[in-house]
Design a protein around this ligand. Structure first.
Ligand SMILES: [Zn+2]
Ligand SMILES: [Zn+2]
Length: 119
């Protein structure tokens, strides 16, 4: 069983050969601006591009910030960072199938904006 993922325009498609190791939500301002906050952590060996790798552009922040941000350059969908590390942080918002794993932790909770939760 594979878990499929794609961008908004459908140009970028990928699949996971196994469920994520874990999932977590980050509330920091950088994730918020990048348009993603929930990540599925996947072993690099379990990630496979199906289409559109040429559409993927990457933003590399200046140190000390270190997490790269990849996007589809046609539709802007935030993909997480599918290109670096042994454990990839994939934007869970791209997943088309239920990964079978649930969010287990949150990061930067105090940085969450006041409008994030229902008033
Ligand atoms: Zn796209
Ligand atoms: Zn973050």
């Amino acid at each position: 069983m594979t878990i499929k993922g794609s961008c908004c325009c459908g140009g970028v498609r990928f699949e996971l050969f196994e469920p994520p190791l874990m999932m977590g939500t980050c509330h920091c301002s950088r994730c918020r601006k990048a348009g993603s906050g929930v990540y599925a952590y996947v072993r690099a060996e379990a990630f496979h591009w199906l289409a559109g790798r040429d559409l993927v552009v990457r933003y590399q922040p200046r140190p000390p910030m270190r997490f790269n941000r990849s996007f589809c350059r046609r539709c802007g969908t935030s993909l997480g960072d599918p290109d670096s590390g042994r454990i990839l942080a994939i934007a869970a918002s791209c997943l088309d199938d239920d990964p079978g794993v649930r969010v287990a932790f949150e990061e930067y909770g105090p940085d969450a904006p006041p409008w994030e939760k229902p008033a």
